[in-house]
Design a protein around this ligand. Structure first.
Ligand SMILES: Nc1ncnc2c1ncn2[C@@H]1O[C@H](COP(=O)(O)OP(=O)(O)OP(=O)(O)O)[C@@H](O)[C@H]1O
Ligand SMILES: [Mg+2]
Length: 322
């Protein structure tokens, strides 16, 4: 079982198991009770449950064998108008048996469909609406043509919150007999930006290295621990140029960071309230970090540029008497 992707293993099967997205789930449960659904568009950021909810809804409507009643089109080569037309036609033609009078066509990631295909889809939605309902999912609903949007009930999925993600990760840790630090799970949440799939994937990569700690989490996403970046900045500001340089080398070697990675993380830490420095100094460092970033993008040497950056910090530190 261990080689299974946890994001799949822990995909909710029923609407009741879905985390948050409460209003959406409530409205959908009503549809299930009435045994009728409209055409729907599920819009929102990645990893927030759009595909999951579409399947869970079908599961709750039709039961375990719901796949018989659902046509799922999602690979990009299935997006051609002809393919959609023939597949949907065939699928919609056959009669539905059972309590529910319609079948479901799930067009996952519909915002990747060409507008020609969307025009064709619009016709299909009308032709087969007697016994077929369409569910579309999209990260960017503005890429769905107006006529389709107006035929659909639109459901907006939102990024998941810390109180949704952390307990879910804790549950997975328990189930997988993993040791994890609470703080590590919070860091995973911050890095995931409310994308549950990404959060679970980070957890799984970290778990492969043993106990899930903050350090391990940063390592698997290819970032240095912010505390270490701040230490490096502070060493340089305090005029310990050689030590700061050593820290920089350690960071680049342990975490496998490139010069650009380092400067991006530095940029983030400059604005962190955990770095206690005067406001004016922040401004000057941010200004110089931008300059270094530009030089690196243009292909300048990582080591020379980052050393120049640390040297500048040392000079600024002297001036500001940090
Ligand atoms: N609301 C949720 N409750 C529980 N698990 C979730 C939720 N949202 C996402 N997940 C987890 O993340 C995985 C991916 O979710 P899903 O495929 O539904 O995302 P999506 O919204 O369709 O994303 P995309 O826009 O990338 O297609 C699921 O397998 C599940 O493990
Ligand atoms: Mg999806």
């Amino acid at each position: 079982m261990s080689e299974l992707l946890w994001a799949e293993k822990y995909r909710p099967k029923t609407l009741d198991e879905v985390i948050n997205q409460k209003e959406i789930v409530e409205r959908l449960k009503k549809f299930v009770a009435e045994r009728n659904i409209p055409h729907m568009l599920f819009a929102g950021p990645p990893g927030t449950g759009k595909t999951t909810v579409a399947h869970a809804l079908a599961h709750d409507l039709y039961g375990e064998n719901y796949r018989q009643y659902m046509l799922e089109l999602n690979a990009s080569d299935e997006r051609k108008i002809e393919v959609i037309r023939t597949k949907v036609k065939e699928f919609a033609r056959s009669k539905v048996v059972g309590e529910v009078g319609f079948k479901i066509v799930l067009l996952d990631e519909a915002d990747n469909m060409t507008s020609d295909a969307q025009q064709a889809l619009r016709r299909l939605m009308e032709l087969y609406s007697a016994n077929t309902r369409f569910i579309l999912t999209a990260n960017y609903p503005s890429k769905i043509i107006e006529p389709i949007q107006s035929r659909c009930a639109v459901f907006r999925f939102t990024a998941l919150k810390k109180e949704d993600v952390v307990p879910r990760l804790q549950y997975i840790c328990q189930n997988e007999n993993l040791k994890c630090r609470e703080r590590a799970l919070e860091v995973i949440y911050e890095l995931s930006e409310g994308d549950m799939r990404r959060a679970i994937n980070i957890l799984q990569s970290a778990a492969a290295l043993g106990e899930v700690t903050e350090e391990v989490v940063y390592k698997v996403v290819g970032l240095a621990h912010p505390r270490e970046i701040r230490e490096m900045i502070q060493l340089a500001l305090a005029g310990n140029f050689l030590e700061a340089r050593k820290k920089l080398r350690d960071l680049m070697i342990t975490y496998g960071l490139s010069g650009l990675d380092v400067i991006k993380q530095v940029h983030r830490e400059i604005f962190s309230s955990d770095l206690k420095i005067p406001e004016d100094l922040r401004v000057m460092i941010a200004d110089y970090a931008g300059e270094i970033q530009f030089r690196l993008v243009e292909g300048a040497d990582d080591e020379i540029q980052l050393n120049a950056f640390l040297a500048r910090l040392a000079l600024l530190g002297r001036k500001f008497k940090v």
